[in-house]
Design a protein around this ligand. Structure first.
Ligand SMILES: N[C@@H](Cc1ccccc1)C(=O)O
Length: 534
């Protein structure tokens, strides 16, 4: 029975001791108790564990006071037990009558011989006679030993000067100690009562819930780790970007078509048919089927866009006045711009190759999708905001920062009276969301935009300017060929999803993020990311 046990703490399996019952029993007759006197030899961790257990059940309350205690070092302990070095030297000299200087180190420990001899001379306990040491005193008081024994029992020196001296001689050290003053709590009892952890139907029925002793919640307990699935960092960052776009009333473009035609990926964007980017170095061509046919509507994409636009505030709901799209006419217009010039453009003036247009490619940019959506807008021209974040493919040499496939974030805005300044302003607010507040624009070239600008941002974390995107105003001959009205301007921009993700997660090699070398532990444990710093 617990009541019959003495105050000796019970050892737990892990070597620590459970003091809870001892504390409860002691409190019955001594309230409050001081941990330093009641449990002088118990480790601080054991006392704290027991007190916290009892406190969480309101069985005890306690205050703490920090104090410093003095404890003996290994050498200090040895002197307290066996006497000081000088005492040991005096003792062998006294017991043998005389000891030769040469013999002394073999009679006492060498370090005792070294330190103890000088001190014993100083204290006039021994003296030298020729090559021998002989005793002077008959009895001696070993005050160093006495002082250390005193420190050992009281855990304190008698005065600061003595403490300083002992610390210097490395015979003692000081340690922080927490002293607990423990009182009975509102639910004190001699034993820890059984605690109910679950409210059951039976308890409700028989009314025992009214008197049951429920275990309180422990809000400090760490939850068990969950073996759950995890989102890839790219998906997390992608979700953040989607939220930004949706907050700004952008409609997400349907990007399921990884394989597209030369027409949408290149020709409609006036990438010249002999352009180096089109050749086998940068583009993956699909050989089977060999030809895709002429451009036409994509019913799945149209349906998705109809639904999204109906939900969006940007798009006027009434699309009934829309005209039917003439894909054949559009194709002829694009061909005319390339070959002969049209819509104010003098054209490339080469014979347009129809089979080039019908080739299948793994899309090299998501602007292929934007182009499809912009042409579709010509059925019912009105202000529009589109975005997409999806995969693109380039036949590039794979290195630490490049893969043959990556993700593009793309945004396109159509409205009346748009200006380049508006694009720059839009990009500034967009990148501010990533914490990049300082932008620079560098003139660049895209066959489909004029002017075009590369966007550089000053990254405070990396402390340097980094290229973060590409942008521009779509060319009139591209938009007019689609059938969009002259005063409806469109600008757009694109960037990779990988770059901001690598920066956010501090990953310098893209192969740590994608591919067979990815550490799944990293994917599971990486933190959430937030982009809205506004
Ligand atoms: N397509 C461009 C990005 C871009 C999109 C829209 C307008 C201008 C530029 C790229 O791949 O880098």
């Amino acid at each position: 029975m617990p009541g019959q046990r003495g105050p000796v703490p019970v050892p737990l399996h892990n070597g620590s001791r459970d003091l809870t019952l001892d504390i409860l029993e002691t409190l019955e007759h001594t309230d409050p108790i001081q941990s330093s006197t009641t449990f002088p030899d118990v480790s601080q961790a054991d006392i704290k564990a027991a007190l916290d257990r009892l406190k969480s059940r309101s069985m005890v309350e306690y205050d703490t006071a920090d104090s410093e205690v003095v404890v003996l070092t290994g050498e200090g302990k040895q002197i307290a037990d066996e006497g000081s070095h000088e005492y040991k030297v005096w003792k062998v000299v006294k017991d043998s009558g005389k000891v030769s200087l040469k013999e002394l180190p073999s009679k006492v420990a060498p370090e005792s011989a070294k330190v103890g001899q000088g001190n014993a001379f100083k204290l006039k306990w021994i003296k030298k006679e020729g090559d021998d040491l002989v005793p002077v005193a008959d009895t001696v008081t070993d005050s160093t030993q006495e002082i250390l024994q005193h420190v050992q029992t009281h855990n304190a020196a008698s005065d600061p000067k003595q403490l300083k001296d002992l610390l210097k001689r490395k015979l003692v050290t000081t340690q922080k100690k927490i002293a607990y003053t423990v009182r009975k709590g509102p639910k004190w009892a001699k034993e820890i009562p059984v605690e109910v952890t679950d409210l059951t139907a039976e308890m409700l029925e028989d009314g025992s819930w009214k008197t049951a002793n429920f275990k309180p919640y422990n809000f400090n307990a760490l939850g068990a780790s969950q073996n759950a699935g995890a989102l890839h960092p790219l998906n997390k960052v992608r979700e953040e970007f989607r939220k930004i776009f949706f907050n700004w009333d952008f409609v997400e473009m349907p990007t399921a078509r990884f394989v597209d035609t030369g027409f949408w990926n290149f020709d409609a964007l006036f990438v010249p048919q002999q352009h180096p980017a089109r050749d086998l170095q940068d583009t993956f061509y699909v050989s089977d089927p060999p030809s895709a046919g002429r451009p036409g509507p994509d019913p799945a994409a149209d349906k998705a866009l109809d639904e999204m636009e109906a939900d969006s505030k940007t798009f006027s709901a009434d699309s009934s006045k829309g005209s039917k799209l003439d894909y054949e006419q559009y194709y002829k217009n694009v061909r005319a711009v390339h070959q002969d010039g049209a819509f104010g453009s003098i054209g490339y003036r080469y014979p347009f190759n129809d089979s080039e247009t019908e080739r299948l490619v793994l899309r090299t940019h998501t602007t292929a999708v934007s182009t499809y959506c912009l042409h579709r807008l010509a059925a019912n021209p009105r202000p529009a905001r589109y975005f997409s974040i999806d995969r693109v493919f380039r036949n590039e040499t794979v290195d630490a920062t490049h893969l043959a496939e990556f993700h593009q974030i793309e945004g396109v805005i159509a409205d009346y009276g748009l200006t380049l300044g508006g694009l720059m302003d839009f990009l500034a607010s967009f990148f501010r969301k990533l914490g990049i507040t300082n932008l620079r624009f560098k003139p660049a070239y895209n066959p489909y935009t004029e002017p075009s600008m590369e966007v550089f941002g000053f990254h405070t974390g990396l402390d340097k300017w980094v290229e973060i995107g590409n942008s521009g105003m779509f060319r009139p001959e591209m938009l007019l060929a689609m059938g969009l009205p002259e005063d409806l301007r469109v600008y757009g921009f694109g960037l990779s999803l990988e770059r901001p993700t690598m920066i956010k997660y501090g990953v310098s090699n893209i192969r740590e993020l994608l591919g067979h070398k990815v550490d799944l532990g990293f994917i599971e444990s990486n933190a959430a990311v937030r982009l809205d710093k506004d």
